[in-house]
Write a protein that binds this ligand. Structure first.
Ligand SMILES: C[S@@+](CC[C@H](N)C(=O)[O-])C[C@H]1O[C@@H](n2cnc3c(N)ncnc32)[C@H](O)[C@@H]1O
Length: 495
């Protein structure tokens, strides 16, 4: 092997850097919208910096929140991303092509002028106060708060027109697509779960009003306004639990109650908060505005409507919503330098089912058939066998499209040997060479972790090379072996 062969990876300064930077938590765009299993960008940044040169094509067939796409573009790489979840593609586009700051600010202001008075009229008390929070217990309002300046003030229930506040007439939304869910006890969903069960009539009417305003916009502005709405509906719902803190402060008995948040699944606790829906929207709108303002100097990204244009005209980004098993078939053999990806980890998170509330509010349809997942919803027929078969087929395609000496980095965790087996089989069936793995580092609470029995304590980044020669393999191992927890075997339960 010639000595002046360009090494396929970018290890300059590697020893000095040592390990990936510890995640700082989710800020700016990364903190604006929840996404299931979102990984800290530092984890991907490290791999992009180490494994790519400018203009290399990076592929992620399981985009998720889409943060990786922006990171690749920021590192001057070209990028192809797929995801079966429509909201994943919308979020990725938002990060890559944010709207103009002034346009967004004006649109939010215009929506505020038109709908805030209507929405607030539903929370208006006869004494002129506007309710910010109701605390419900079953079908009774038990506590009520308003705001004076920034101060939260609890109101005296005895003096309130409780009857009126409690008995708001059912509201049937006119601009929202109904939920399409399955019986799945693990995420508290039922086939007939409807928006009217998840939201109060006040919140549903507010969502409908905001949605009506958004319809008047188009392009990336409309996308941003929709995503502000989907980002805020969790806190508008009846799924916001209450955190009771009984105790003594300075010797006096206190009965503090704090506003929790919508976390995961479709559970409406008997005791829950109903938060003023306009406040929820405006809170997320401010977050996005701030992120757009901070990113104002970002370079513009050229995206391709077709894969052919992307490949032939050297465009920067190609995104597609759909099933990676099918979409990968269109990518030419040996055309991709690096694949970095984080597939669904067995039965950990049913992405489409959990994203259904967002997709229904925005009006996006999901194709449940195509999802790679193990779901407790029996009706879907998504068991471990079909999962393993599909994952293996997708990785075979990944191996085919990878260039010689290219890298495949997979983030993974699994509860059962058969899930890991699927990955270790890759070597025998695809010719990919396993180089090794290391544990991923998260900031506390940054990732929705599944600590159920058998899962490893953290996700692992597994590294494979395509037809990588012995010399380069040894170099890779030497470089990565600095990492804490690096091993050339597969992770074990005891890890
Ligand atoms: C672990 S998540 C990716 C999370 C991502 N790394 C992040 O940081 O946000 C896995 C993703 O795979 C997607 N997915 C599941 N089945 C798929 C399929 N057949 N084709 C493409 N994407 C799929 C899910 O919608 C989900 O967004």
């Amino acid at each position: 092997m010639s000595n002046n062969l360009q090494i396929p990876f970018n290890f300059e300064g590697y020893s000095a850097l040592g390990t990936p930077l510890p995640p700082k938590g989710y800020k700016g765009f990364a903190g604006f919208h929840k996404y299931w299993g979102k990984k800290p960008i530092e984890v991907w940044r490290f791999l992009i910096e180490k494994l790519t040169f400018p203009h290399d094509i990076v592929l992620d067939p399981f985009l998720g929140s889409g943060l990786i796409a922006k990171e690749c573009v920021d590192h001057n790489c070209r990028f192809i991303g797929f995801d079966v979840n429509p909201i994943s593609i919308e979020l990725t586009k938002l990060y890559l092509y944010p709207p103009n700051y002034i346009d967004l600010r004006n649109a939010i202001y215009r929506i505020e002028k038109r709908v805030k008075p209507l929405i607030n009229s539903m929370y208006l008390l006869s004494d002129g106060n506007i309710v910010t929070h109701f605390l419900w217990n079953k079908d009774q309002i038990t506590r009520v708060w308003t705001k004076s300046g920034r101060k939260k003030i609890e109101l005296n229930l005895a003096k309130l027109e409780l009857e009126n506040l409690q008995s708001v007439e059912e509201y049937q939304p006119i601009r929202l697509r109904e939920l399409c869910l399955f019986d799945n006890t693990r995420i508290n969903s039922q086939k007939n779960l409807s928006l009217t069960k998840l939201f109060s009539p006040r919140a549903l009417r507010a969502i409908d009003l905001i949605k009506g305003e958004i319809e008047q916009y188009s392009g990336n502005l409309k996308r941003a306004l929709h995503l502000i709405l989907s980002a805020s509906v969790g806190q508008m719902s009846n799924m916001v639990f209450a955190v009771s803190k009984r105790g003594k402060t300075k010797g006096i008995e206190t009965d503090k109650i704090e506003v929790g948040s919508w976390v995961v699944g479709y559970w409406c606790p008997a005791q829950h908060f109903e938060i003023n829906a306009w406040n929820c929207y405006t809170n997320k709108a401010s977050k996005l505005l701030k992120a757009v303002e901070e990113g104002r100097s970002l370079k513009s990204v050229r995206t391709s409507p077709s894969l052919n244009d992307f490949l032939n005209k050297e465009e920067t980004v190609y995104l597609q919503q759909g099933d990676s098993e099918q979409l990968l078939k269109d990518i030419p053999t040996e055309s991709i330098k690096v694949i970095l990806t984080d597939p669904p980890h067995g039965d950990r998170i049913p992405y489409l089912e959990l994203s259904e509330m967002w997709n229904s509010i925005i009006g996006l349809d999901s194709n449940y058939e195509d999802e790679l997942v193990v779901s407790n919803a029996k009706e879907r027929g998504k068991d471990i066998k079909t999962y393993n078969k599909k994952l293996s087929s997708i990785f075979h395609q990944c191996a085919r499209v990878l260039k010689k000496e290219g890298f495949l980095g997979i983030m993974f965790n699994a509860r059962t040997d058969c899930h890991w087996q699927c990955l270790s089989d890759l070597e025998t069936t695809t010719g990919l060479v396993y180089i090794g793995c290391y544990p991923s580092v998260y900031s506390a609470g940054s990732v929705l972790q599944d600590n159920r029995k058998g899962g490893l304590k953290t996700d692992y980044v597994l590294l494979y090379g395509k037809q990588i020669n012995e010399e380069n393999r040894a170099k890779t191992v030497a470089a990565f072996s600095n990492l804490k927890g690096w091993t050339t075997r597969y992770p074990k339960e005891s890890d």
